[in-house]
Design a protein around this ligand. Structure first.
Ligand code: GLA
Length: 360
């Protein structure tokens, strides 16, 4: 019986948070992380459409699902969604999926996109369907967005599918064009979980932000918020307070991504730190997706002397990302851990002259 195994990574977003919604279509700058989800798909004897799904992380207990099931608000929905999307392209037999993953769940590093991209890749391998990595990303997005019902943008699936270890992916979510950039040299990318999980599929906050951006777009009469720039910020004064602040975050965050890329090219670490710090303030005060535990981590980082720290991912919990000079990374984490005993270091990978240490 045919069988195929594929994997996909988690991600951290360097900068460009909440800019990728369909209403916003701005830029993002994520990078893949050295955590992966692996999916093995195997053809089985049952009736076509019958699915058995097991995950090592959930005790390898088999879950029986059908390709035409309605979503059940269960983790297996992600796999069912991928099967449904794939079956628009190829005819699928009965299948068994075996999943293993070292991606921490609920930390804001996109365990769901890693699962969906790995599942669609495994199905591509099993069926021999001719799909490129962009199509894989779009299919994984369709599974999560349309079937599971998470109103997410396309950043996570694109970086899981197209990202290169040790590089950032500058993605324009309007044109769907992208470019790879080396990460800042001699910099450790530190990710610290605040101890409170987030779940985009369940959490109402993210959905509400998506609705607020739609409202801003409607009131401003534009097709996407990120077509607006600095010179348009005055136009926001006509909007109700909350909607004005949401739009201001999205527009300024999109501009910060582009400025960050320039600072990256120029090796201007001070400017990079300013932009990351400003991203946090904007997410805390204008977009209101931070929580006190996350703000406390960012403040600790500042007290240590590192301004380049901010909330990462969908918000309402999860993690911070901080760009820390390699030779200060250990001391930085000891300081943060002491001030925030609930926090956990979930990833650090340090880059030496753009050479990636984990990508062996
Ligand atoms: C989640 C979503 C992404 C993006 C981020 C916030 O990770 O899946 O599409 O919107 O939140 O930047």
């Amino acid at each position: 019986m045919n069988r195929f195994t594929a994997k996909a990574p988690a991600r951290a977003n360097i900068i460009g948070e909440h800019t990728d919604y369909a209403t916003n279509q701005g830029h993002v700058l994520p990078t893949p992380l050295p955590f992966h989800t692996t999916v093995t798909v195997q053809e089985t004897d049952g009736t076509a459409g019958h699915l058995t799904i097991l995950s090592e992380n959930y005790g390898n207990q088999p879950h029986d699902r059908k390709a035409d099931d309605e979503p059940r608000h269960h983790w297996t929905d992600y796999v069912v969604g991928c099967v449904r999307v794939m079956s628009k392209t190829v005819k699928l037999p009965a299948l068994e999926f075996r999943i293993k993953s070292d991606v921490p769940i609920g930390s804001g590093i996109s365990s769901s996109a890693a699962l969906c991209v790995a599942a669609v890749r495994a199905l591509r391998g099993l069926t021999g369907a001719e799909l490129n990595d962009e199509q894989i990303a779009l299919m994984a997005h369709e599974a999560e967005h349309d079937y599971v019902g998470v109103p997410c943008g396309k950043m996570d699936q694109f970086v899981a599918s197209l990202g290169r270890p040790g590089q950032a992916l500058l993605l324009n979510t309007r044109a769907m064009t992208y470019r790879h950039y080396p990460l800042p040299p001699n910099t450790a990318i530190m990710l610290v979980n605040c101890g409170k999980k987030h779940d985009l599929a369940k959490g109402g906050g993210y959905k509400q932000r998506v609705a607020e951006c739609a409202e801003a777009r409607k009131l401003l009469g534009v097709s996407t918020l990120c077509e607006l720039g600095h010179k348009d910020l005055g136009r926001l004064s006509t909007l109700p307070d909350v909607i004005r602040r949401r739009a201001r975050h999205v527009i300024t965050e999109n501009l910060r991504v582009l400025e960050f890329v320039t600072a990256l090219e120029e090796g201007d670490t001070e400017r990079q730190a300013d932009l990351i710090a400003a991203s946090h303030v904007s997410q805390r005060d204008d977009f209101e997706v931070s929580i006190p535990e996350i703000d406390a981590l960012v403040e600790s980082s500042k007290r240590f002397g590192i301004r380049a720290a901010r909330i990462v991912g969908g918000g309402f919990g999860g993690s911070i990302i901080a760009l820390v000079p390699r030779d200060q990374a250990v001391a930085w984490w000891s300081f943060i851990a002491k001030e925030n005993p609930e926090s956990q270091l979930i990833s650090t990978y340090a880059l030496k002259n753009s050479e990636n240490e984990y990508a062996a």
